[in-house]
Ligand binder design. Structure first.
Ligand code: MG
Length: 267
């Protein structure tokens, strides 16, 4: 079963491009509250009142997660293309909720802030699975003046589309054998498999919960090979470009980069 959030505020169950409001199944809260309360729903696919799903009506599945935890360099192929050593400890960093974007809405691009915006398709774990594009401003993340801080480059407003829904764990037999990829303007940039993960989903949840409390609705995510900055020549995203991030058995999200010139330059 897939669960999604709509822009009108409704939490819904999704099946074959149709949806049923969870309110008709006796749940009127958000998806986050559904996970927090561990509510059980009585689902009957045959008897439900299905309505056609328009992808433009979808919101981020969890618009206000307690934490967004990103796992860096956690795919063998991506660590190698980045010229980094295979990590022996999980590399983690965080994103703010202000970076979340709706699955099919535009991504703001402010050229006064970055000229190296880059895509990262990611298997996302939210007590269930989803798709993330961890759009990264490589100049702010990896530039010579950053002092190794990744937080700025990973937190430009609206650069973290997640969705289009949450797929329950029972629908994914093995989260470590899923093909995933990212296309830019229809051309494949990233193509890999979650089998490339250095620390698998179970191991990551185990390690993170060792260091700090994981709460219901927390989001955990990380990318494989093919990102733009590691290519020769590098590929970055500019207004007009369209990214499509997909994962086998879960779904896809598609976002256009749009110009957003609102900030003055800080030298
Ligand atoms: Mg990432």
């Amino acid at each position: 079963v897939k669960f999604a959030s709509r822009k009108d505020g409704a939490s819904v169950m999704v099946h074959n491009d149709q949806f049923v409001p969870l309110s008709s199944l006796g749940w009127s809260g958000s998806l986050l509250q559904l996970i927090q309360f561990g509510q059980t729903l009585e689902i009957n696919l045959e008897q439900s009142d299905w309505r056609p799903l328009e992808r433009s009506d979808l919101a981020a599945p969890i618009p206000n997660p307690p934490k967004i935890i990103c796992v860096g360099l956690n795919y063998r192929d991506h660590a190698l293309e980045s010229g980094m050593a295979i990590p022996t400890q999980s590399v983690i960093f965080t994103r703010f909720n202000t970076t979340l974007t709706v699955p099919f809405d535009p991504i703001p691009h402010d050229s006064s802030l970055t000229s190296q915006l880059d895509c990262e398709v990611e298997l996302t774990v939210i007590i269930g699975y989803s798709v993330c594009n961890d759009l990264s401003a490589r100049d702010l993340q990896l530039g010579s003046d950053t002092g190794g801080q990744w937080t700025r480059g990973k937190n430009l407003d609206g650069t973290c589309p997640i969705g289009p829904w949450i797929v329950t764990r029972d629908e994914i037999a093995d989260p470590q054998s899923l093909k995933l990829g990212c296309l830019v303007n229809g051309q494949t940039l990233q193509a890999s498999s979650t089998s490339e993960m250095i620390f698998g989903v179970q191991e990551i949840v185990h390690r993170l919960s060792h260091w700090f409390t994981l709460e219901a609705g927390d989001i955990i995510t990380g990318t494989p090979i093919g990102v733009g900055f590691a290519r020769k020549p590098p590929v970055f995203l500019y207004p007009g470009d369209v990214t499509r991030a997909w994962i086998e058995g879960i779904g896809e999200i598609e976002n256009q980069i749009v110009s957003s010139e609102t900030n003055e330059v800080i030298a």
